[in-house]
Design a protein around this ligand. Structure first.
Ligand code: PEP
Ligand code: MN
Length: 359
């Protein structure tokens, strides 16, 4: 589906990169106003605060609810900031629209559920607000695109995506692993959609925010959403990942904005070199697959099983140690060779099926 005619999510705010900051949760009027005052002073144009909080376990702080919308209205009036909050149900959407907020974000857990996303899309029909769609909890670009399409189909044109990392059972330094290839693929599919990065939920730790933010800008994200709290250690949700407005000012001030056009200088030569290497890689893979099909024919002729586990293990180990000797990551080579092997097996299975049909 083509997503076109998008408008700037926050109307007259054309800042690049676009910065959104504010606490994970709106906890009290004082906390909201103190944070907003400090962030407005830094020049942050958009204020975020969760009013309804999707918590993993019951009994945790679940947000102050509708009462906090009034504090967000006050931020708008006092500091001229745009204000956004998270919506997870049609009732949240109705209350947020009635309060005149400038936008909403759809959280990662909600984007994961097409029924919930459709209900939110229906409740947003006809509303002229910014809608920020966070990535789903799992690294599934189709699910993310699907949520964006549902909201687009409701007539929303002030759309934006937010990359907040993906849940994982593996041990990683992150709270939510970034899998940068997923937002990059989203951008390839929907080139006119702005994409922000939320380093707070990716890192889960305040000392990771500066480097994740720089990485995001270097990759080409259109802006950042960062959690900020006047007393982060006392925050009622996500305490470990929030920074004071003062620290946020230092982080934003240190970010390097690399603006040189990508067509610059020697880059063209490097790219030509890369293109030649890539086409050699494809030729070699085609050659490898044809040998692998010949092996498949041989196995069928001699009644042998397709997958020979010892051989596969040997192949992976030797590829990994060769890679290591050339300073190429073992994990990376393992992923590539697992994919190559999977494709070889698939092709051999196809051959074997074809030969069964002939018999
Ligand atoms: C948040 O932004 O505070 C939040 C709950 O977001 P996510 O959906 O990314 O977990
Ligand atoms: Mn949070």
């Amino acid at each position: 589906m083509a997503i076109s005619d998008l408008q700037r999510p926050f109307g007259d705010i054309a800042a690049e990169p676009l910065y959104i900051a504010g606490p994970c949760s709106a906890e009290s009027r004082e906390q909201v106003l103190a944070t907003a005052a400090a962030l407005a002073h830094l020049g942050v144009p958009i204020f975020r605060a969760g009013v309804w909080k999707p918590r993993t376990k019951p009994g945790s702080f679940e947000g102050m609810g509708a009462e906090a919308l009034v504090w967000l209205q006050e931020v708008k009036q006092r500091y001229g900031m745009k204000v956004v909050t998270e919506v997870a149900t049609p009732e949240h959407v109705e209350m947020t629209l009635a309060a005149g907020l400038d936008g909403v974000w759809v959280g990662a857990r909600t984007t994961t559920n097409p029924f919930a996303t459709q209900q939110i899309a229906d409740a947003l029909r006809g509303a002229d607000v910014a809608v920020l769609v966070k990535n789903p909890v799992i690294p599934d670009v189709d699910l993310w695109v699907g949520a964006i399409e549902r909201i687009y189909n409701s007539g929303v044109r002030r759309l934006c995506a937010v990359h907040r990392g993906f849940g994982t059972h593996e041990t990683t330094p992150y709270r939510n692993a970034p899998h940068w290839s997923v937002p990059i693929e989203l951008h390839r599919r929907l080139p006119s959609l702005p994409i922000l990065c939320d380093p707070s939920h990716i890192g889960g730790r305040r000392d990771m925010i500066a480097s994740l933010s720089q990485q995001a800008l270097d990759i080409g994200f259109d802006g950042l959403m960062i959690e900020s709290h006047p007393m982060p250690d006392c925050a009622l949700s996500d305490a470990a990942q929030q920074v004071t407005p003062e620290t946020l000012g230092l982080i934003l001030g240190d970010l390097a904005l690399r603006r040189t056009p990508v067509t610059h200088g020697a880059l063209g030569d490097f790219r030509m070199h890369i293109d030649t290497i890539d086409s050699k890689i494809i030729e070699l893979l085609a050659e490898r697959m044809s040998v692998s099909r010949a092996i498949g024919e041989y196995k069928i002729a001699h009644d042998m099983a397709i997958v020979q586990h010892d051989r596969y293990n040997e192949l992976l180990l030797s590829a990994e140690s060769k890679a290591e000797s050339l300073c190429v990551s073992r994990t990376f080579i393992n992923q590539i060779f697992s994919a190559i092997h999977e494709e070889s097996v698939r092709q051999q299975i196809e051959l074997s099926r074809a030969s069964e049909k002939k018999v």
